[in-house]
Design a protein around this ligand. Structure first.
Ligand code: UD1
Length: 368
């Protein structure tokens, strides 16, 4: 009997762990419990509902204006309490958030093995993205099992001296998640999404990263205003719950009739929006994996990416956060049919939607 803890705290982790929770809860001999830190509140609750999951423990740590140290401190303390009450044999964490790092450290302190899902992503600088690059490297120092989404991620781990017997290339569970919620005749429930006219070019935008807070976010908004003025596209901005980001976006974009601002839609709504849009403009990491699975070009408003596979495959282009380069890249993609075709038909390097089953099967083999 394996006592398995699956931990997450933010929306992307919840989406990417949901297929794995389902797979592991399907193993009758295991006791699989879900621990959420609550680093994100509403945004994670929405995901739990869509995938019909329930948290066995909820640390409920979120506060507005939380610092990285607040998140880490509260997660460490909360996890210690859970480990005292229920001692799992294995803790699974995901990716690169402060939740994932603090939960991995708490497990390590308790000498409970850690499995890292989406292990091995790297950029050249520990400072960028901040603090995610540090988080994922630190987790990989502490982990016992490494579930690398791609061969390249596995190579990164090997280069750092990780034991090859502990590394498994599985694909990314986000593909499992996105394919499970996109439906052909889907009807939107959000009024702003119902009003979109998909016979027009449609640009979906998200921006939330800490590197882009402040001046870069203002530049991104200026770029959107210019794109709106110079093209026939409708622009849908899905706003992160962070109140500081919302204030900037509403202030600068609120009065442009071709730009619609909408509060972070639920995952099913958002995935179906992605499936119907023309292109995606984002600073997110996970969207660089989901959009290629739906054959949508992605322009990434960052200087570096830890996901070079989609860049090489040709679905993703890095455009930085300077307004001129964002505007130029979007207008080019809207007007050059051949470029559009090339980017949208590139192969998806992140797997076939069976990553969660693979990870579960590997654990069954290791813990039989
Ligand atoms: C976190 C992750 C980032 C991930 C992102 C996805 C870290 C260090 N960063 O960053 O890697 O890409 O989540 O969203 O772990 N808020 C709400 N309700 C919610 C969610 C957020 O009100 O449901 C507000 C709160 O005011 C909170 C703020 O958003 O203080 C920022 O959230 P936080 O988790 O600190 O940082 P993110 O930028 O979301």
């Amino acid at each position: 009997m394996l006592k398995l803890a699956i931990v997450f705290g933010t929306r992307p982790e919840a989406i990417k762990m949901a297929p794995l929770v389902k797979a592991c809860q399907g193993v009758a001999q295991w006791e699989t419990r879900v621990i959420i830190t609550g680093q994100h509140r509403e945004m994670v609750d929405q995901v739990l509902e869509i995938f019909s999951l329930k948290a066995d423990y909820d640390l409920n740590i979120m506060s507005h204006g939380q610092t990285l140290n607040d998140i880490a401190r509260r997660t460490l303390g909360g996890m210690a309490g859970i480990f005292r009450e229920w001692r799992p044999d294995l803790v699974l964490v995901h990716g690169d958030t402060s939740t994932a790092f603090a939960a991995a450290l708490a497990s390590f302190h308790e000498r409970i093995p850690v499995g890292h899902v989406e292990a091995g992503l790297r950029t050249p600088s520990v400072q960028n993205p901040f603090p995610e690059e540090a988080n994922r490297r630190l987790i990989d120092v502490l982990a016992t099992w490494y579930f690398a989404p791609t061969e390249r991620a596995a190579q990164n781990l090997l280069r750092e001296g990780v034991d090859p017997e502990r590394i498994f290339v599985t694909g990314n569970t986000v593909i499992d998640a996105v394919l499970s919620v996109v439906e052909e005749g889907y009807q939107f429930t959000t009024p702003e999404l119902q009003r979109l006219d998909f016979s027009r070019p449609t640009i979906v935008v998200t921006a939330h990263r800490r590197e882009n807070w402040g001046e870069p976010l203002v530049g991104i908004c200026q770029a959107l205003l210019e794109i709106s003025a110079r093209s026939s596209a409708q622009i849908l901005v899905a706003m992160h719950k962070n109140p500081d980001i919302q204030a900037v976006m509403k202030g600068l974009l609120g009065s442009d009739p071709k730009i619609t601002l909408v509060d972070a839609p639920g995952y099913k709504e958002f995935a179906n929006l992605l499936a119907r849009c023309t292109l995606l403009l984002t600073d997110s990491g996970g969207l660089q994996e989901e959009a290629p699975a739906l054959h949508k070009p992605v322009l990434v408003m960052r200087e570096v990416t830890e996901r070079p596979e989609a860049l090489e495959a040709g679905t993703v282009r890095l455009v930085g956060s300077r307004p001129e380069s964002i505007v130029q890249a979007v207008l080019e993609l809207l007007s050059d049919g051949e470029l559009y075709e090339r980017m949208s038909s590139a192969p998806n390097p992140y797997g076939d939607g069976t990553a969660a089953q693979r990870i579960c099967a590997i654990l069954q083999e290791k813990y039989k």
